[in-house]
Design a protein around this ligand. Structure first.
Ligand code: ADE
Length: 273
């Protein structure tokens, strides 16, 4: 069981994807849990303000500490083990190996910060020693928060506290107060380009991690392939009917029924994701 809490100013942008297809199925099966927290609920003053101008001048508005800390603390009050992910263009570039590590699908044993040893290819939780991890987290101040309308996706089966819980904090506008990094465990980038917010990265992270959770894809086949690929998702060209589409033909060997030859052909045409 893995849980993602997404703290965002735009829950309506995130919700439809989590309510569709495999993410929805994973939630219904009790394999994943999704919670959306509206950062606006923790805003300051009558306008529920969440941002302000930068000290020293400069363009744009920055996310303020108070609403962000309050939102994260409200989640951690229920599960202090939750780790905070900040999507940012200056984080570590997201890849399949990191997805596997966050999913707790490991090929090598690792030691946790608490000294627990996890066995190989197990579902072990987030890595303890990580280049992704931010500097040690400073003491978090207690900030009283008003009741907010948290939205939790319904599940078919009830389950205990999730084994792994990530809070994805979606920054918006032009940036965030640097002190917010003191409560961040992982800084993750989608690539060397700039998006308007953390919502798309949050969905990319969730999708690529949740599909690795055993049982989410239906069979164990895909997870199995990935466990051999050490994070490089091996792929080969695949075809379905018709055999001939507008003159583009399915390679003969795939129609031959010769499994040895088919395996050889696939191996020769493997490409890495
Ligand atoms: N926020 C804005 N741009 C981003 C990127 N490339 N990756 C992650 N978060 C971002």
């Amino acid at each position: 069981m893995i849980k993602f809490t997404v703290i965002t100013l735009f829950p309506e942008a995130v919700e439809p994807y989590l309510k569709s297809s495999m993410m929805w199925k994973a939630a219904r099966k009790g394999l994943a849990e999704f919670e959306l927290v509206n950062l606006r609920d923790f805003g300051l003053g009558p306008h529920k303000s969440v941002d302000d101008t930068p000290y020293g001048g400069g363009d744009g508005m920055l996310l303020r500490c108070e609403p962000v800390f309050a939102a994260v603390e409200s989640v951690k009050a229920k599960d202090s083990s939750a780790k905070v992910i900040l999507p940012t263009p200056v984080g570590e570039i997201w890849n399949q190996k990191l997805a596997r590590e966050l999913a707790g699908v490991l090929s090598e044993p690792i030691s946790s910060a608490s000294g627990l040893e996890f066995s190989s290819t197990s579902y072990a939780g987030p890595r303890a020693e990580s280049s992704l991890r931010n500097e040690p987290v400073r003491a978090v101040r207690n900030i009283r928060v008003e009741n907010s309308n948290h939205f939790t996706m319904p599940r078919e089966t009830g389950s205990a506290t999730p084994a792994i819980h990530y809070i994805i904090l979606c920054p918006h506008y032009e940036g965030y107060d640097e002190r917010i990094l003191s409560i961040v465990d992982y800084k993750i980038s989608m690539g060397k380009y700039v998006l308007t917010g953390g919502e798309l990265p949050a969905l990319v992270i969730i999708d690529s991690v949740v599909r690795l959770i055993p049982g989410v894809l239906g069979g164990e086949k895909s997870a199995e392939i990935e466990s051999f690929s050490e994070g490089n998702n091996l792929e080969y060209p695949q075809y379905t009917r018709p055999e001939d589409f507008r003159g583009m033909k399915v390679p003969e060997v795939l129609l031959s029924g010769n499994h040895g030859e088919i395996a050889k052909w696939r191996k020769e045409h493997e490409r890495k994701a």
